[in-house]
Write a protein that binds this ligand. Sequence first.
Ligand code: FES
Length: 179
Amino acid sequence: MVISDPPARFTRRTFIGWWMASLLTATVVAGGAPILVFLWPAPPKGQKKGLIKVALDKPLDQLQSGDAIKFDAPKTPNSAFIMADGGGDNAAGDLAFGGFLVKDDSGKVNAFAINCSHLGCSVALNTDAKTFDCPCHGSRFHLDGSVLHGPAAYPLSHLTWQQESDPSTISVDGIVLGF
Ligand code: FES
Protein backbone atom coordinates (compact mmCIF):
# COMPACT_ATOMS: atom_id res chain seq x y z
CA MET A 1 0.00 0.00 0.00
CA VAL A 2 1.35 3.45 -1.00
CA ILE A 3 0.98 6.19 1.54
CA SER A 4 1.01 9.62 -0.10
CA ASP A 5 2.10 12.78 1.71
CA PRO A 6 -0.71 14.85 3.11
CA PRO A 7 -1.45 17.92 0.94
CA ALA A 8 0.52 21.04 2.00
CA ARG A 9 -1.65 23.36 4.01
CA PHE A 10 -1.77 27.06 3.20
CA THR A 11 -1.52 28.30 6.74
CA ARG A 12 -1.75 31.80 8.11
CA ARG A 13 2.03 31.69 8.63
CA THR A 14 2.53 30.88 4.90
CA PHE A 15 0.24 33.73 3.89
CA ILE A 16 2.08 36.23 6.12
CA GLY A 17 5.43 35.00 4.76
CA TRP A 18 4.33 35.54 1.14
CA TRP A 19 2.79 38.88 2.00
CA MET A 20 5.99 40.11 3.69
CA ALA A 21 8.13 38.91 0.75
CA SER A 22 5.86 40.72 -1.75
CA LEU A 23 5.94 43.89 0.34
CA LEU A 24 9.75 43.76 0.56
CA THR A 25 10.11 43.21 -3.20
CA ALA A 26 7.75 46.11 -3.99
CA THR A 27 9.68 48.37 -1.60
CA VAL A 28 13.05 47.48 -3.17
CA VAL A 29 11.73 48.02 -6.74
CA ALA A 30 10.01 51.32 -5.86
CA GLY A 31 13.07 52.61 -4.01
CA GLY A 32 15.70 51.30 -6.45
CA ALA A 33 14.11 52.36 -9.76
CA PRO A 34 14.74 56.11 -9.30
CA ILE A 35 18.36 55.36 -8.37
CA LEU A 36 18.82 53.26 -11.53
CA VAL A 37 17.23 55.98 -13.67
CA PHE A 38 19.56 58.54 -12.05
CA LEU A 39 22.65 56.40 -12.69
CA TRP A 40 21.74 55.35 -16.24
CA PRO A 41 19.39 58.02 -17.63
CA ALA A 42 17.73 57.36 -20.94
CA PRO A 43 18.86 59.82 -23.63
CA PRO A 44 16.32 62.61 -24.07
CA LYS A 45 13.89 62.00 -26.88
CA GLY A 46 15.28 62.97 -30.27
CA GLN A 47 18.96 62.84 -29.19
CA LYS A 48 21.20 60.43 -31.04
CA LYS A 49 24.97 59.83 -30.81
CA GLY A 50 26.91 59.15 -33.98
CA LEU A 51 29.11 60.68 -36.64
CA ILE A 52 28.23 64.27 -37.49
CA LYS A 53 28.96 65.29 -41.08
CA VAL A 54 30.66 68.68 -41.37
CA ALA A 55 31.23 70.74 -44.51
CA LEU A 56 34.62 72.49 -44.36
CA ASP A 57 35.29 76.02 -45.61
CA LYS A 58 38.46 74.77 -47.24
CA PRO A 59 39.14 71.29 -48.67
CA LEU A 60 41.34 69.19 -46.45
CA ASP A 61 43.81 68.52 -49.27
CA GLN A 62 44.58 72.27 -49.35
CA LEU A 63 45.49 72.39 -45.65
CA GLN A 64 49.16 73.26 -45.25
CA SER A 65 51.44 72.15 -42.41
CA GLY A 66 51.05 74.56 -39.50
CA ASP A 67 47.69 75.74 -40.81
CA ALA A 68 44.23 75.18 -39.30
CA ILE A 69 40.63 75.10 -40.49
CA LYS A 70 37.85 76.12 -38.12
CA PHE A 71 34.57 74.24 -38.30
CA ASP A 72 31.28 74.41 -36.44
CA ALA A 73 28.73 71.83 -35.41
CA PRO A 74 25.72 71.87 -37.76
CA LYS A 75 22.66 73.75 -36.54
CA THR A 76 20.13 71.83 -38.65
CA PRO A 77 19.70 69.49 -36.98
CA ASN A 78 21.15 71.05 -33.82
CA SER A 79 24.32 69.04 -33.14
CA ALA A 80 27.44 69.01 -30.98
CA PHE A 81 30.78 67.24 -31.03
CA ILE A 82 31.88 64.94 -28.23
CA MET A 83 35.36 65.45 -26.74
CA ALA A 84 37.57 62.37 -26.89
CA ASP A 85 39.72 63.41 -23.93
CA GLY A 86 40.06 66.29 -21.55
CA GLY A 87 41.85 68.18 -18.83
CA GLY A 88 41.00 71.23 -16.73
CA ASP A 89 37.50 72.45 -17.62
CA ASN A 90 37.16 69.85 -20.40
CA ALA A 91 36.50 66.15 -19.97
CA ALA A 92 36.03 63.18 -22.27
CA GLY A 93 32.35 63.10 -23.22
CA ASP A 94 31.84 66.86 -22.86
CA LEU A 95 30.20 68.67 -25.75
CA ALA A 96 31.86 71.14 -28.10
CA PHE A 97 30.10 73.28 -30.69
CA GLY A 98 33.18 73.96 -32.79
CA GLY A 99 36.67 72.75 -33.52
CA PHE A 100 39.84 73.11 -35.55
CA LEU A 101 41.58 70.76 -37.93
CA VAL A 102 45.34 71.25 -37.80
CA LYS A 103 48.05 69.65 -39.91
CA ASP A 104 51.33 69.13 -38.05
CA ASP A 105 54.80 69.10 -39.60
CA SER A 106 54.66 65.33 -40.17
CA GLY A 107 51.49 65.78 -42.23
CA LYS A 108 49.21 64.30 -39.58
CA VAL A 109 45.89 66.11 -39.16
CA ASN A 110 44.43 66.48 -35.66
CA ALA A 111 41.04 67.82 -34.67
CA PHE A 112 40.69 69.86 -31.48
CA ALA A 113 37.60 71.06 -29.66
CA ILE A 114 37.31 74.84 -29.65
CA ASN A 115 36.86 74.99 -25.85
CA CYS A 116 39.71 76.47 -23.80
CA SER A 117 40.77 74.05 -21.08
CA HIS A 118 40.84 76.87 -18.50
CA LEU A 119 37.16 77.80 -18.25
CA GLY A 120 35.72 76.82 -21.60
CA CYS A 121 35.79 80.00 -23.72
CA SER A 122 36.20 79.51 -27.46
CA VAL A 123 39.80 79.79 -28.60
CA ALA A 124 40.63 81.57 -31.87
CA LEU A 125 43.32 80.86 -34.41
CA ASN A 126 46.12 83.42 -34.38
CA THR A 127 47.32 83.08 -37.96
CA ASP A 128 50.43 85.26 -37.46
CA ALA A 129 51.75 83.55 -34.34
CA LYS A 130 50.31 80.16 -35.37
CA THR A 131 48.71 79.62 -31.98
CA PHE A 132 45.26 79.21 -30.55
CA ASP A 133 44.54 82.19 -28.28
CA CYS A 134 41.80 82.46 -25.70
CA PRO A 135 40.17 85.91 -25.43
CA CYS A 136 38.92 85.39 -21.87
CA HIS A 137 42.03 85.18 -19.67
CA GLY A 138 44.88 85.08 -22.15
CA SER A 139 45.72 81.39 -22.38
CA ARG A 140 47.55 80.37 -25.52
CA PHE A 141 48.04 76.96 -27.09
CA HIS A 142 50.44 75.58 -29.68
CA LEU A 143 48.83 74.19 -32.82
CA ASP A 144 49.41 70.69 -31.42
CA GLY A 145 47.00 71.64 -28.61
CA SER A 146 49.65 71.88 -25.88
CA VAL A 147 49.77 74.89 -23.54
CA LEU A 148 52.00 77.77 -24.54
CA HIS A 149 50.81 80.20 -21.89
CA GLY A 150 48.49 79.91 -18.86
CA PRO A 151 46.33 80.21 -16.91
CA ALA A 152 45.21 77.05 -18.76
CA ALA A 153 47.20 74.12 -17.44
CA TYR A 154 45.90 71.42 -19.75
CA PRO A 155 45.99 70.93 -23.52
CA LEU A 156 43.01 71.31 -25.82
CA SER A 157 40.71 68.29 -26.12
CA HIS A 158 40.84 66.09 -29.20
CA LEU A 159 37.83 65.28 -31.34
CA THR A 160 37.53 61.89 -33.03
CA TRP A 161 37.02 62.38 -36.74
CA GLN A 162 37.40 60.83 -40.17
CA GLN A 163 37.69 62.16 -43.68
CA GLU A 164 34.92 61.46 -46.16
CA SER A 165 35.53 60.76 -49.85
CA ASP A 166 34.82 64.42 -50.57
CA PRO A 167 37.86 66.42 -49.27
CA SER A 168 35.54 69.20 -48.11
CA THR A 169 33.61 66.92 -45.78
CA ILE A 170 34.59 65.24 -42.53
CA SER A 171 32.65 63.25 -39.97
CA VAL A 172 33.15 63.96 -36.29
CA ASP A 173 32.04 61.97 -33.25
CA GLY A 174 29.06 63.82 -31.85
CA ILE A 175 25.43 63.94 -30.94
CA VAL A 176 22.31 65.26 -32.58
CA LEU A 177 20.68 67.28 -29.81
CA GLY A 178 17.33 67.79 -31.49
CA PHE A 179 15.52 68.99 -34.54
S1 FES B 1 38.79 80.49 -20.41
FE1 FES B 1 40.51 80.56 -21.68
S2 FES B 1 41.99 81.55 -20.50
FE2 FES B 1 40.30 81.42 -19.19
